[in-house]
Ligand binder design. Structure first.
Ligand code: SAH
Length: 239
């Protein structure tokens, strides 16, 4: 009886210590998080209130490997394993704003990676579908997003080249890996008025924004970027 009571006390004390630690950590991250939004994102011209609110809401430090948490709010991408990266915060905000994601919309992401961009999108859109070609990354981001309570995100392992026809059409499609050309199936899965945001090119890419309007595809070129390559079907020579 006594041993149980002692053990219970010890566990309770430990639980307290852990709560306190988390609070201290969260306070430290909060300042860096806010500085990230102001100095990297607002300062570079992102103005969309929904994008800024989502960037403020999602705890980026929980989407990076634990040993890199101190750098989570820094102005660069970070490795997430399997040779992949979580994008620079500004790029996540830029793509979210460029895609013009609105409440109530259905969004497709190709390249789930850490799940961070998917979480940002999930704060604005009604439903987010995200495809990741590296199966362990898909499993890990699915687990993390569920644990953090993002109930409107679905992650699937596979090649995003073919999109996700069962849930098409999409109001916005974000591709977060560099493609050598525009993937036809993604263009086909854009809703009327839908936007596709995708880095196209080799070493340095250009962010392209393609909008479907009245059956026509309007294309805008924006900033130069550097993403990890999109792999799979898009690398095969077109037939
Ligand atoms: N959006 C991510 C960034 C991921 S980096 C984040 O917020 O963390 C790009 C990701 O695209 C990598 O994880 C890579 O494995 C994935 N990828 C590359 N080619 C792909 C394809 N054809 N289909 C789906 N995912 C792909």
């Amino acid at each position: 009886m006594r041993a149980v009571a002692v053990a219970g006390t010890a566990v309770a004390a430990l639980a307290c210590a852990m709560t306190a630690m988390t609070e201290v950590d969260d306070a430290a991250y909060a300042a860096r998080h806010e500085a990230m939004v102001r100095e990297q994102i607002e300062a570079r011209g992102v103005r969309d209130p929904a994008t800024l609110a989502a960037m403020r809401a999602v705890p980026r430090h929980l989407f990076v490997p634990e040993r890199l948490r101190a750098e989570a709010y820094a102005d660069y991408p970070l490795p997430i394993g399997h040779g992949q990266t979580i994008s620079q915060p500004y790029i996540v905000a830029f793509m979210t704003e460029a895609a013009g994601v609105q409440p109530g919309e259905t969004v497709l992401e190709v390249g789930t990676g850490s799940g961070y961009q998917a979480a940002v999108l999930a704060k604005i859109a009604a439903r987010v579908f995200s495809i990741e070609i590296v199966a362990p990354l898909a499993a890990e981001s699915r687990r993390l997003l569920a644990e953090l309570g993002y109930r409107n995100v679905e992650v699937r392992a596979g090649d995003g080249y073919a999109g996700w026809p069962e849930h098409a059409p999409f109001d916005a499609i974000l591709v977060t890996a560099a493609a050598p050309r525009l993937p036809e199936p993604l263009l086909a899965q854009l809703a009327e008025g839908g936007r596709l945001v995708i880095p196209v090119g080799d070493d340095v890419q250009e962010m392209l924004i393609v909008t479907r309007r009245g059956g026509r595809l309007e294309q805008h070129r924006s900033i130069p970027v550097r993403f990890v390559p999109m792999t799979g079907e898009v690398r095969r020579p077109p037939r």
